[in-house]
Write a protein that binds this ligand. Structure first.
Ligand SMILES: *Cc1c(COP(=O)(O)O)cnc(C)c1O
Length: 233
């Protein structure tokens, strides 16, 4: 099942790349393995997936004890400062830095490990009230500059979750806002390039809007674990 799902995802990625004149190698496919049993995750790794994403700190830590091999962990969920300790050892990328306080804690824990932690800033690009992320330009620039100046942080880019809707215009606006934001940060002398955007329902639009990391759960693992969630329009 996983192999077949991955094949379909890869076909869609290829199509979107073709449509937007991009190369497949510009895009990292992160298989979002949250709530999935390790057996299924192993199957995914056997299919050649090399990026795994988790959104709960302890879940990442626990899975990292069981799963070993040549792949990279991405922490993509909301992170509380007191839980940095659970992800700092294993996560190559932390996508969800949304405050200077959190960045400070990550920097301090990374310093103790002698590690340079790769981070992305989570940006709120939709008007939905419940989403996490930095919102005002002032906040975004201050946090970017802070991360950029820390010895044990490597600021790589920005992450967002688009509005949860089928409305193409609204979703694309979220992605183009993220691209606009990284350009403004670049213009301030901070050269970062990763755009982590696009999930099962919207990754094709995300690729067309410049995504360099797409985070896909349901399209790879199936939607067993999402029974009960309905998509609003
Ligand atoms: C769950 C999750 C995803 C993947 O969502 P799907 O719609 O299942 O592809 C991506 N990003 C984040 C932050 C998530 O929590």
């Amino acid at each position: 099942m996983i192999a077949e799902n991955l094949k379909k995802v890869e076909e869609k990625i290829a199509e979107s790349c073709l449509k937007s004149g991009r190369e497949r190698t510009e895009i990292k496919l992160i298989a979002v393995s949250k709530t999935q049993p390790t057996e299924l995750i192993k199957e995914t790794l056997n299919c050649g997936v090399i990026h795994l994403g988790e959104n709960k700190a302890k879940e990442l830590r626990d899975k990292a004890e069981i799963l070993t091999g040549d792949f990279v962990w991405h922490f993509i969920g909301h992170l509380q400062t007191n839980k940095v300790k659970y992800v700092i050892n294993e996560a190559e990328f932390i996508h969800s830095v949304d405050s200077i306080k959190l960045a400070e804690e990550i920097n301090s824990k990374a310093e103790k490990l002698g590690k340079k932690q790769k981070v992305l800033l989570e940006i709120k690009t939709s008007d939905e009230a419940t989403k996490f992320g930095l919102e005002s330009e002032k906040e975004i620039f201050e946090t970017a500059e802070f991360c950029f100046s820390q010895n044990s942080l490597e600021l790589c880019g920005l992450m967002t979750m688009a509005a949860y809707t089928d409305n193409e215009k609204i979703v694309r606006r979220c992605f183009s806002r993220l691209r606009g934001t990284i350009e403004k940060i670049n213009a301030r002398g901070i050269a970062i390039s990763e755009l982590s955007m696009g999930m099962t329902n919207d990754f094709e639009w995300a690729i067309e809007e410049g995504a360099t990391m797409i985070r896909i759960g349901t399209a790879i693992f199936g939607d067993l674990h999402r029974a009960g969630t309905t998509k609003l329009n």
